[in-house]
Design a protein around this ligand. Structure first.
Ligand code: HGY
Ligand code: MN
Ligand code: MN
Length: 399
């Protein structure tokens, strides 16, 4: 094992147990809950050890500064700590751990920043607690209204403002205006790097994507005594809609997933009164995505008429196509001699990309699996990611 891979492992092992579910082996690191708060504390300690002051933007995002935290140009890196339910270890934290190690590498090489380097820990990237992904970066850039973000509620009814302990501060153009670039390092969420036999890639684009909530309303009633012909069962409309989403996505070469469902009253012997399903839909082109969601909606509405149920559709979040800054991406791909890949996964980098030159580095994932405990990366590839990030930060912040 190289020195750097060993240093990666040492730091990684410190956070590995935090929020891990013993049963699934996956992580329950929801934004601003105990596990994520412990990781944020770890972030402050790591920054402190390196003499990097930490600032907060009032939206739940933290920044550890190598250089002046108060003024001047800066290069932003980092990622997020929060996970999806039973998510993998690498999605998010890899970008933060790698950023601290990249700063260590540069310092050990005697390189000093000409522009500050800020390591970010963005809050609620997954939207697993409050429903809207990239909530922290959307707030920072003004891409979501403060009132809407403040009022988002988790499953227990706690609002984002209450979890944060304050009303979010909202857009901070003074801060974002300081960043000359954002480079987010992330575990790859597919197998393209296994196929190209490279440890690190540069991102070209993020597919447009979003989340749509389908509320199906019916009539709660007794499972044993209600004649089949008399039922208004929203579970049927929901089930048909899931199948339709799968078919419509396949027809278009797009992706559609219903991975979350809520049933009321959720009793074995009662016809549900309401079923809510969340559609996650993604496509390479915005028109394809729009057509997909419209087609699923039309099919669901038609089925609701047949089932005698009601349907309301709510768009919970939408992220447009992100084409990362071609100049910056090309420069980094040449610097690292790395392949260039698009992705169907969303990232804070996708939100920041509308406001400043932004790029992403992907680290090879042997299984290609993500949002699952099976997500993985070797220590050697993680070390290659740290080296790549260090070279990028040297190029962008130290010359
Ligand atoms: O859902 C996503 O694409 C991301 O991982 N937040
Ligand atoms: Mn994720
Ligand atoms: Mn992520």
């Amino acid at each position: 094992m190289t020195d750097l891979a060993a240093r990666f492992r040492q730091l990684w092992d410190k956070i590995a147990p935090v929020g891990r579910d013993a049963g699934s082996g996956g992580y329950l690191r929801y934004a601003l809950t105990d596990a994520e708060l412990r990781l944020r504390q770890w972030f402050r300690e790591q920054a402190d050890r390196r003499g990097m002051p930490v600032t907060a933007d009032g939206n739940g995002n933290l920044f550890a500064w190598w250089g002046d935290p108060g003024a001047g140009d800066a290069v932003l890196t980092g990622s997020h700590f929060d996970s999806v339910p039973h998510g993998g270890a690498y999605d998010g934290p890899l970008g933060i751990v790698s950023a601290f190690l990249a700063v260590d590498e540069l310092r050990a090489a005697g390189v000093a920043p000409v522009r500050s380097v800020a390591v970010a820990a963005f809050v609620e990237e997954e939207g697993a607690r409050f429903g809207v992904p990239c909530l922290g970066s959307r707030l920072l850039t003004g891409e979501i209204a403060v009132d809407r973000a403040a009022g988002l509620r988790d499953a227990a009814g706690v609002s984002f403002a209450d979890a944060l302990g304050d009303r979010p501060a909202g857009a901070d153009p003074g801060l974002t205006g300081r960043f000359t670039a954002f480079v987010e390092l992330h575990v790859e969420q597919g197998r393209a790097l296994v196929e190209t036999d490279a440890p690190v890639a540069v991102a070209s684009a993020i597919w447009p994507h979003g989340r749509w909530r389908f509320d199906f309303h019916g009539e709660g009633n007794h499972a044993g005594t209600t004649r089949m012909a008399d039922r208004r069962d929203p579970m049927l409309t929901y089930a048909f809609t899931v199948l339709a989403a799968n078919k419509e996505a396949r027809l278009r070469g797009a992706h559609a997933t219903v991975g979350r469902v809520a049933v009321e009253p959720n009793a074995t012997n009662a016809i549900p009164s309401k079923v809510t399903g969340w559609l996650d839909a993604r496509a390479a082109e915005p028109d394809t995505l729009r057509g997909l969601v419209e087609a699923v909606h039309a099919k669901a509405a038609e089925r609701a008429r047949r089932d005698g149920t009601g349907l309301t559709l709510t768009e919970e979040s939408a992220t447009p196509l992100v084409a990362f800054d071609g100049g910056l991406g090309g420069r980094l791909a040449a610097l690292l001699d790395a392949p260039v890949l698009p992705t169907g996964a969303g990232h804070d980098a996708g939100v920041l990309a509308a406001h400043l030159p932004t790029a992403m580095l992907f680290v090879r994932n042997p299984t290609g699996v993500s949002h699952s405990p099976a997500e993985s990366a070797t220590d050697a590839d993680c070390a290659a990611g740290v080296s790549a990030l260090a070279r990028v930060l040297e190029e962008l912040a130290c010359r």
